[in-house]
Design a protein around this ligand. Sequence first.
Ligand code: ATP
Length: 274
Amino acid sequence: MRYGDHDVLRGVSFSARRGEVLALLGPNGAGKTTTIEILEGFRTRSGGRVEVLGVDPAHAGEGWRARIGIVLQSWRDHGRWRVRELLAHLGSYYARPWDASELVAAVGLADQADHRVRTLSGGQRRRLDVAIGMVGRPELLFLDEPTTGFDPEARREFHDLVLGLSRADGTTIMLTTHDLAEAEKLADRIVILNDGRIVADGTAAELAERIAGEDEVRWTLDGRRHVRTTRDSTRFVRELFEEHGDAVEALAVRPSSLEDTYLSLVRGAEEAVR
Ligand SMILES: Nc1ncnc2c1ncn2[C@@H]1O[C@H](COP(=O)(O)OP(=O)(O)OP(=O)(O)O)[C@@H](O)[C@H]1O
């Protein structure tokens, strides 16, 4: 993808398997929305090859669109509609839509089912956006930062919903997120973009392995707190006890997280460019 003489995506190549949850991660401006909008058929790419459900989105028709669900970053307003009524209406465009009441419950809006859309809170509107994307039971669902503005409980419920859609209905899901814990929890595969290039592609465990992470060990000795990072925390702790025995207190070992891996990948890519 190129705007003027500026390449915003370069050599971005990946595939998602049916039923997979694929998360696109990356810093602001990395190219996540651009990528997802090309796949949705919203943007026309400058070059390269794209196939979504076997069709080039740039030349796809109604039939293809009916198999796809889209949740954009910004929501459209349907203020005067009531929640369940709107979903039932939009569902009527599809061959096998969700039952509106079931869908309202699935996204946690049962209490607001008969409220007008304009009276919903930001997080509730976001859930409605997700419901709108799902209403036609798409084979493939695109979610651009779906949980922005969700409270922790709504986030957890949403995660269960996504996992249910993927595991039970076999829906393929592609989402962008800034929430690493969310990617780790939901995604079968994570693709990390940085400055328009893919810097990593794999399962959370594979990514963590690629960057041999350093564990963080904390302990207290004679009233003083200590912290050390090490690649071999088991051995380090054994030696700590051999040396100090019962004097070691408040021991905690924190394994390297996806966040550590992510930051090291993104920083590594930035250094390579310099
Ligand atoms: N219409 C456009 N014209 C020119 N440049 C654009 C256009 N749309 C996006 N860009 C540029 O493309 C790059 C990628 O933007 P994109 O929105 O895909 O990033 P993102 O990874 O989704 O970021 P965020 O996490 O902030 O949503 C950015 O540098 C942006 O400025």
